[in-house]
Design a protein around this ligand. Sequence first.
Ligand code: DGL
Length: 268
Amino acid sequence: MKIGVFDSGLGGLTVLDALLDELPDHDYVYLGDTARAPYGNRPSQEVEGFTIEAVEFLVRQSCNIVIIACNTASSEALRVIQQQVVPAKFPEIKVLGVLIPSAEAVHEKHYQTVGVIGTVGTISSGAYEREIKKINHQTEVIVSACPNLAGLIESGSLDSKEVREELKICLAPIVEGGAEALILGCTHYPLAIKEIEAALPETVDIINSPESIARSFKSYLERHPEIASKISRFGSVQYFTSGSAKDFREQGCKFMKNKMDVVKWVKI
Ligand code: DGL
């Protein structure tokens, strides 16, 4: 069996990259739904339907555990998948999201005021506030949507006026609210970490989600040997995209330090 990693597009490769650093021997299947990305401005029911299709695809590829690396999909579809789809269709499969590791990182560091940036879908779902306040209801959470940031990053225009403008607007309420830390609530944002740091006061810490996710997933497998023991360990990664395999490979390399292998096109 393998570990499935799903994202709306390329951004989840930042999560896969961190997983490969933590657990390099395990076998992975990555699916990027690039043909239908971005998910961030889509209605939540559509995101839910696409995410269910992606999980079904990964289960067909012999994954016994699926990480929904996309924050938008985790925020809008995870609950339905965990509570309805998994019990009804594949009770032996585990499906995990990516919000809880960052919420736990807030708690571990005892931040009292924290900012979260993400897509419109992620922010309007209220999922980050819910997860952070579930651990400590006194934590103040300042959320701010960045409608264009993921698209600008994906198109490669990092060092641009548009990115600086978008960050200035999105980060303003977080800076004014006195946040001690900022959660990068979108798989694309680690690529713009330098630009984000430059737009923040030095006193604001950045919670880098892919690293927190990978550490938390490693600890999850240690606590669940019944799942971990079924995962094969040949150090392989299969890449699938619903869009152009050529573009995925060319663009995807920017999202990873680890080497990317053959990319296959798939209809999901
Ligand atoms: N991967 C998405 C996320 O983490 C961002 C890109 C999109 O809008 O699809 O929220």
